[in-house]
Design a protein around this ligand. Structure first.
Ligand code: RIB
Ligand code: CA
Length: 310
């Protein structure tokens, strides 16, 4: 039986790749795409999720709009990374169908209340505002969700929007704090892992060689040509969000450790920092499995093979 998941997302170029990988995976049943403001404002993320679903040739799962701003802080977006449309201007048709009218937070709560305990996994690819809002309204869902797999945070890798904070956590630190304190089973896919999942020209060529619509669009979304950064060097672009789906499909590609993780929500200097008690010096109980190693070649082999399937 396929594993039931809900993807909470702010597409977002790398979100798009993760959603395509999940929709193409027979091991997974995507119950819904719940959209949140993050990389671009909510209107664009909700539009993009439907455009990506259309690309996958699907009319399901339902796409729902969630929170259009963080719980307390002003919205910070990343149009400079993902383009103003959120998909780097990649040519995709307008959505074929309207949004499902259910609010995303209602869908999260209702689905988890109605499903058997442990049956549904939440995959969080953006700021955690929707999931935190659901936990605030229905705290009991923390014990009902099978696992929350979230792309976010950093241990030794430090931040990517400030020296201390990764984007998803930085946008809504209060939401991340609520999720990490909820008692839910959490797996964190931090920058320490995703910064090893680098799209290089050779890996990009393999995407394009898939000769499928998905391969073509993923190649367009992840092209490293012309990109350079002090952290990764020339023509190397980290592929963050698909690592969460790869964890579900092939956990053997990763290694992780159960540690206590807390979120900085007071200091503006370190706002949104994931404070990971790697050596157990605080005595605080572990509240997350933090992944820290990835077989990058195996990850790209998996992704490329899945994109090549007709
Ligand atoms: O820091 C990377 C994360 O922030 C990814 O989820 C990317 O899509 C952005 O949301
Ligand atoms: Ca994202």
């Amino acid at each position: 039986m396929a594993r039931q998941i809900i993807i909470d997302t702010d597409p977002g170029k790398d979100d798009a790749v993760a959603i395509l990988l999940a929709l193409a995976a027979p091991e997974l049943e995507v119950l819904g795409l719940t959209c949140v403001a993050g990389n671009v404002p909510l209107a664009q993320t909700a539009r993009n999720a439907r455009r990506i679903r259309d690309l996958a040739g699907r009319r399901d799962p339902p796409v729902m709009a969630g929170c259009d701003r963080p719980l307390e802080r002003a919205l910070v977006t990343a149009g400079h990374v993902h383009g103003q449309d959120g998909l780097g201007g990649v040519a995709l048709p307008a959505p074929a169908a309207p949004l499902d009218p259910r609010p995303a937070v209602d869908f999260l709560i209702d689905t988890l209340r109605q499903a058997a305990p442990g049956a549904v996994t939440l995959v969080a690819l953006g700021p955690l505002t929707n999931i935190a809002s659901a936990l605030l309204r229905a705290p009991e869902i923390a014990a009902r969700v099978g696992e929350i797999v979230l792309m976010g945070g950093a241990h030794r890798a430090m931040g990517n929007v400030t020296p201390a904070a990764e984007f998803n956590i930085h946008v809504d630190p209060q939401a991340a704090d609520i999720v990490l304190r909820s008692g839910a089973a959490i797996t964190i896919v931090p920058l320490d892992v995703t910064h090893r999942a680098l799209v290089t020209p050779a890996r990009h060529a393999a995407f394009a060689a898939a000769r499928t619509d998905m391969g073509r669009v993923v190649a367009a979304l992840t092209d490293p040509a012309g990109h350079t950064s002090a952290r990764h060097g020339p023509e190397a672009v980290p592929l963050h969000d698909p690592c969460t789906i790869a964890w579900l499909l092939a956990p053997g590609l990763f290694d992780g450790r159960a540690v206590n993780v807390m979120i900085e929500t007071q200091s503006e200097l370190t706002m949104g920092m994931t404070v990971m008690d790697w050596w157990g010096v605080t005595g605080r109980p572990a509240n997350a499995r933090v992944l820290h190693a990835i077989d990058a070649e195996g990850f790209f082999d998996l992704l490329t093979a899945r994109l090549a399937r007709p």
